[in-house]
Design a protein around this ligand. Sequence first.
Ligand code: MN
Length: 373
Amino acid sequence: MSDLQIDRVETVLLDVPLRRAHRFARVGMDAQPVLLVFLRTAGGITGVGEGVVPGGPWWGGESVETMQVMIERYMAPILLGREVDDIAGIGVDIADVLANNLYAKTAVEVALHDAWARCLGVPVHTLLGGLARRSIPVTWALGTESAPVVIEEALGKLDAGSHHTFKLKMGAQSPEADVERVTTIAEKLAGTAGVRVDINARWDRLTALAQLPKLADAGIELVEQPVPGSEIEALAELTRTLRIPVMADESLRTPTDALRLARLRAADVYSLKTTKSGGLRNTKAISEIAGAAGIPCHAGTSIETGIGTAASLHVACAAPAVTWGSELFGPLLLREELLTTPLRYADGELHLPDGPGLGVELDPDAVRAFTRS
Ligand code: MN
């Protein structure tokens, strides 16, 4: 038996409490459900990957519970006995038995990279082709609360010097009231911080055409996914007519999506997320399509713990097209640290950790403390 062969697949469900409730357009969350998948090799090396969605199945239809079933029942039989460097072959075989489920596939694909890189004694980014940068700016996401609450939080972050740009979640109230709220916030922060908005696919085309120019007038620097993910033509129309950049998130999951969006010039910026795209390799492929099309990328988050955030950081640092910073603030939103050494945030940037694999280690006591019973 080769040292690289997988002899054990294990999954664990956790609920990690947040520092403050995080409000999206229609749902809120107090704790982040997380799936961890561990792949152990015959040589005694274990790789870990994280499966996580932003607060529930509303974003992409998957949950940590569905991921656990898909991994244990359908992917584990394919993984057992395979070598951890057989990533392309394993991916083909998994695709033969399991469509979609990209979040679940990401957890496994990241664990394969972590295990393989640890076997080689190299960082994961080496397996992705090396580094374009060693750190990335991190914006902070503000929720759908009232203007005074959001302004107070933003000013606190600015004072602390930890973030210089903010992304506001929208869509929890009527578009008119929401635009008024965001305008108040943007006016207060004008000149001191950049403000972006994420509408999380809540508006229809006409609402977006009517409301987005007002946001541009208010000084908003970027609009993320105003219309439903499947409405790429409407997204393209908004990208053509609006004088501020439009970023695709829900419309962009696969390399095929990236190519279609590029051909239609449907977005000015791409939001990359390792989680939504099936792993590091697909995310890198999307960034390369974007690079070839002259479209800059932003490293998005699904509010991952240190494990998933490290994975997204490795690919963001390995992809030259990621020139629009990141929102890799997941661990900062969690009340408890899962890593023995936290990821390093300094001067508004997240810095790549050193060491083999993902370069981070789980604290077993913290994992036990938050494991779902
Ligand atoms: Mn988004």
